[in-house]
Design a protein around this ligand. Structure first.
Ligand code: PGA
Length: 262
């Protein structure tokens, strides 16, 4: 269990990335909705846009699970073929929106500037931004991860007021740790980076800090508890290991254990 000064709840969430049909999404949500989720955690699930509304409809009103979108455009509406707006994903059931995942930065022209525009638009639409940052392997090997991700975070928060920053979620997801070819970062690698991000978030929020700081990248049932030992890590953002409802529930139990709420 973590120390007594840790922030609660412990966040535990998954992005389904480019998986699941509407029927598969519904079955997953129905499965986790029938389980009793433990106290002390804030669960969240981020479906693909196509199944967001179905996930919302399958989720009982009293469920603590927050739904999110994997991306949305910063513009309010108009000529944006293939895009959806913040208002549209909110309408489909999203309460939070993932912004700046490295897969989008690498393959879909996401930049620090578009991340900042999207964070602004998310807040304007009443959505909680979940801003993802993370360094590539060469930056990690050069020992420059802290500078790299701090700069990403400062840029991402650049269009928000200090009060708005206190509502933001930040996920530290080193690129070399993500996906089937990634290797999970060790708690020793994560701790100094997350500690610095917590400091940056406090600085730009007038001392309050962001809402929660998460770690993501090859999180699984074997490493989750150790990654949550760090007092600055308020939760975990999971891909593959939570793509089944059983996996999600097992990780939720580990997060609850870390939260230490009886
Ligand atoms: P992974 O994905 O857990 O499958 O490595 C993590 C992420 O991209 O957030």
């Amino acid at each position: 269990m973590r120390g007594t000064d840790v922030k609660l709840p412990v966040w535990i969430g998954t992005s389904w990335k480019m998986t699941k049909t509407i029927a598969e999404a519904r079955a997953y949500i129905e499965h986790i909705a029938t389980a009793e989720l433990p106290a002390g955690i804030q669960p969240f699930v981020i479906p693909a846009h196509t199944s967001l509304a179905a996930a919302r409809d399958a989720l009982p009103a009293e469920s603590p699970v927050l739904l999110g979108a994997q991306n949305a455009h910063w513009g309010p509406e108009g000529a944006g073929t293939g895009e959806v707006s913040m208002r549209m994903v909110g309408d489909a059931g999203a309460r939070l929106v993932e912004i700046g995942h490295s897969e989008r930065r690498q393959h879909h022209a996401e930049t620090d500037e578009t991340v900042a525009l999207k964070a602004r638009a998310a807040v304007d639409a009443g959505l909680m931004p979940l801003i993802c940052v993370g360094e590539p392997v060469d930056v990690h090997e050069a020992g420059e991860a802290i500078e790299f991700v701090s700069s990403q975070v400062r840029a991402a928060l650049g269009r928000l007021s200090s009060t708005e920053v206190s509502g933001v979620l930040i996920a530290y997801e080193p690129i070399w740790a993500i996906g089937e070819h990634g290797r999970p970062a060790t708690p020793t690698e994560v701790a100094p980076v997350v500690s610095e991000l917590a400091r940056v978030a406090r600085e730009v929020s007038g001392g309050v800090g962001c809402r929660a700081l998460l770690y993501g990248g090859s999180v699984d049932e074997a490493n989750a508890a150790d990654l949550l030992l760090d007092a600055n890590t308020d939760g975990l953002f999971v891909g593959r290991a939570a793509w089944t409802p059983e996996g999600f529930l097992r990780l939720a139990a580990i997060a609850a254990e870390a939260a230490g709420v009886p």
